[in-house]
Design a protein around this ligand. Structure first.
Ligand code: FO1
Length: 313
């Protein structure tokens, strides 16, 4: 039996997990998902990364965007537009039901983790999906134009502002889920998914005891680069790394994970950096095709990552 715990952000992580549950029994997989991107929108609680993971694994995701539901319309949003908004965040008509469901049960006093478990079960998923915390945790982006919530910065302002620093509001008091700590301690492999290191992974690791647990856990830690050939596959990772003064390359990502990971997986396109990364960071480097264009590519990456951790499947 190989138990895997995966630190996960949005689209890249969801695709990786989709491959992982095809090579491991889903019951042996735990995803610990970022909630720093969560927001309140029109009175509803939205957890984009959790929803992206659920929708992708349930094969319900909109393939064009990588988030939202396949085949949904924007009729409600258009009507909201006619009323004067808020309409800057694209909430599709089917996705809206998820936010109504989550908000309703939160309002009734249920923790986010319980609602997430329910949503995953109703989507027919057997892996464990845990929010990084049940407490309020919000990524705030400090830019030249002021401080914004992540979605304000990313969607409303189209990631146009130069980022100076990030802050995780609520992180001083946010508690990790005991189940997440246990999953990390019991795992045979811990994977840092190919997600934005600053916006997706750092908010998870910043929750108290999380980073220390990943470091002290007995399992090998494998981090997958979300940067290929100096570019992010999706999202603002490249821009943010650059404006925070980091090298926009697999080497730049490897440096961020040098203390926490054992193995670093980079794409074939960056194979030439392998030697330099090993020499500078001390990480063991594995070169794999990391672009998850279809089910076969996702499965191959998951298999390669398990092999890199010494767990052939
Ligand atoms: N990303 C966008 O770029 N524009 C949107 O209007 C948008 C709406 C949206 C609605 C629900 C959801 O679950 C995700 C949504 N996303 C949207 C993606 C979201 O911003 C993600 O947090 C990021 O892609 C980072 O993972």
């Amino acid at each position: 039996m190989t138990r895997a715990a995966v630190l996960a952000g949005g689209v890249g992580a969801a695709r990786f997990l989709d491959g992982l549950v095809r090579v491991l029994p889903p019951r042996d997989v735990t995803a610990i998902v970022n909630v720093g991107d969560d927001m309140e929108w029109a009175g509803l609680h939205i957890s984009p990364d959790i929803d992206t993971v659920i929708y992708t694994l349930a094969d319900m995701v909109n393939p064009e965007t990588g988030w939202g539901l396949r085949g949904e319309t924007r009729r409600t949003l258009d009507r909201l537009s006619d009323l004067g908004g808020p309409d800057w965040f694209m909430i599709g008509d089917l996705d809206l039901a998820t936010h109504l469901f989550r908000s309703h049960w939160l309002e009734q006093g249920n923790p986010l983790s319980t609602i997430t478990r329910d949503l995953a079960r109703r989507a027919g998923l057997a892996l464990t999906i845990l929010p990084a915390t049940d407490d309020r945790l919000r990524t705030l982006v400090n830019t030249d134009a002021g401080e914004f919530s992540f979605q304000d910065y990313f969607v409303r302002r189209r990631a146009a502002d130069t980022v100076r620093s990030l802050r995780f509001d609520g992180v001083e008091t946010a508690q990790p889920l005991p189940k997440a700590i246990l999953a990390l301690l019991e795992a045979d492999v811990i994977v840092i998914a190919p997600s934005n290191p600053f916006l997706s992974i750092e908010p998870i690791l910043s929750v108290r005891t999380m980073r220390e647990t990943v470091i002290k856990a007995r399992a090998p830690v494998v981090a997958i680069s979300p940067i290929i050939g100096g570019q992010a596959v999706k999202g603002p990772a490249a821009d943010i790394m650059a404006s925070l003064g980091h090298d926009v390359s697999a080497l730049g990502v490897a440096r961020l994970y040098a203390e926490i990971a054992d193995t670093f997986v980079l794409d074939q396109a960056d194979a030439a950096l392998a030697g330099e990364i090993e020499a500078e960071t001390g990480l063991h480097v594995d070169v794999l095709p990391t672009l998850m264009v279809d089910a076969a590519a996702k499965t191959a990456l998951a298999r390669g990552v398990l092999e890199a951790a010494g767990h052939a499947v």
